[in-house]
Write a protein that binds this ligand. Structure first.
Ligand code: XUL
Ligand code: CO
Length: 444
């Protein structure tokens, strides 16, 4: 098989002083941090759609990058070239996972039976490629937002016929996920929302989405899928209002419909900020509910109000993310770079620069988060902040008491003691001093 990315070597770790554009400065796969290898903390994944598909087309202009990989787009030959390119790309970077939508893999035919036949053919080819490598599927999903039939939603559609097509796609995407050994299956509700309540029965639509998810769980389990189902929350875009607005909303929905045992969250950084939250807020909400599953690693642009899907470069955010992930005991999924090169970064080399940047950013985030935890001042401060609940009256509150008893206690005190400072500036300073000094890897 001929090499596709001929100008790019295998990417190796060379350390922070390296000036080699095709080397990792911080990502050192086998380096042990807090008792685990970096690559175990950070199971990175390639997103089929951005990396092998997106070529720069936006609302105002056409493709700027060539992702034909030497074949005519829209053909099965091209679909196979994408597989070749994807595997060469992952192997050169040492990435062990990929994520896909059904229609990222093959050109969609008019008849779903033909699309499914093509999917069988390409997944056989992918399986062949997987042999003898460590590469596996992280998660699969069905694209239920691009085809015009889904303009009114998929699970939330007003049309029973369209609902059946959504079911058919989910069934096939689950088959493929199992066939390729996927750890998870994602529902991103792209068009599961509304534009106007004047034409929308919100309750009915949400019940129908839940029905579809229940059927997906039943079918998935029946074919041996043991992984997690994920909801990937996003507040808007393409719809004005999407039902899976944020983690708290999605978790409430899952509990309401009895889906919480089978589902977790797939948190995307750019979706968090679109919802008016920080990335770490969404991770914390998921974690404290036992639902932190997987991450779509990217970043937005605070000056733009949409999903720019940039490669992560913000070490502060990555550090805060890794702090949450370590505290939560890791992910059941992984870190999928749901990110694309900027339209003017249009060469094969840029594809690698995007991943090198993202992987190094998360490696640094991991190192620094581990250092913050090992330093201990932040954790100690938080523990100390709630210490009054370890006092006698505090313990009573935690173990059950009455309003009258607490009111009597307050009356006896007459007034409270001085409120304690939250010390935000002091804590920010600790983080900066760890981020911007030569803190090496923790000893453990
Ligand atoms: C869209 C998005 C999707 C999902 C999978 O904003 O993030 O690519 O990750 O459908
Ligand atoms: Co995503």
């Amino acid at each position: 098989m001929s090499e596709i990315f001929v100008n790019v070597p295998v990417i190796k770790y060379e350390g922070k002083d390296s000036k080699n554009p095709f080397a990792f400065k911080f990502y050192d796969a086998d380096r042990v941090i807090l008792g685990k290898k970096m690559k175990e903390h950070l199971p990175f994944a390639m997103a089929w759609w951005h990396n092998l598909g997106a070529a720069g087309t936006d609302m105002f202009g056409r493709d700027t990058a060539d992702k034909s990989f030497g074949a005519e787009k829209g053909t099965m030959e091209h679909a196979k070239k994408k597989v070749d390119a994807g595997f060469e790309f992952m192997q050169k970077l040492g990435i062990e996972y990929f994520c896909f939508h059904d229609v990222d893999l093959v050109p969609e035919a008019d008849d779903i039976k033909e699309t499914n036949r093509r999917l069988d053919e390409i997944s056989d080819y992918i399986l062949e490629k997987m042999q003898g490598t460590d590469i596996k599927c992280l998660w699969g999903t069905a694209n239920m937002f691009s085809n015009p039939r889904f303009m009114n939603g998929a699970g939330s559609t007003n049309s029973a016929e369209v609902y059946c097509f959504a079911a058919a796609q989910i069934k096939k995407a689950l088959d493929l996920t199992v066939k390729l050994g996927g750890r998870g299956y994602v529902f991103w509700g792209g068009r599961e929302g509304y534009e106007t309540l004047l034409n929308t029965d919100m309750k009915f639509e949400q019940e129908n989405i839940a029905r579809l998810m229940k059927m997906a769980v039943e079918y998935g389990r029946s074919i041996g899928f043991t992984g997690d189902f994920y909801i990937e929350p996003k507040p808007k875009e393409p719809m004005k209002h999407q039902y899976d607005f944020d983690a708290a909303t999605a978790i409430g929905f899952l509990r309401q419909y009895g889906l919480d045992k089978d589902f977790k969250m797939n948190i995307e950084a750019n979706h968090a900020t679109l919802a008016g939250h920080t990335f770490r807020h969404e991770l914390r909400v998921s974690a404290i509910n036992g639902m932190l599953g997987s991450i779509d690693a990217n970043q937005g642009d605070t000056l733009l109000g949409w999903d720019t899907d940039e490669f992560p470069s913000d070490v502060y955010e990555a550090t805060m993310c890794m702090y949450e992930v370590i505290k939560a005991g890791g992910l059941t999924g992984g870190f999928n770079f749901d990110a694309k090169n900027r339209r003017s970064s249009n060469t094969y080399e840029d594809m690698f620069h995007g991943f090198i940047l993202g992987m190094d950013t998360f490696a640094l985030g991991l190192i620094k988060a581990a250092a913050i935890i090992e330093d201990g001042r932040i954790d100690d401060f938080v523990r100390e902040r709630y210490a009054s609940f370890e006092s006698e009256i505090g313990k009573e509150i935690l173990h059950g008491t009455t309003l009258q008893r607490l009111a009597a206690y307050a009356e006896k005190l007459g007034s409270t003691s001085e409120p304690a400072s939250g010390r935000q500036e002091y804590l920010n300073g600790i983080v900066n001093s760890i981020l911007f000094t030569e803190v090496d890897c923790p000893k453990k």
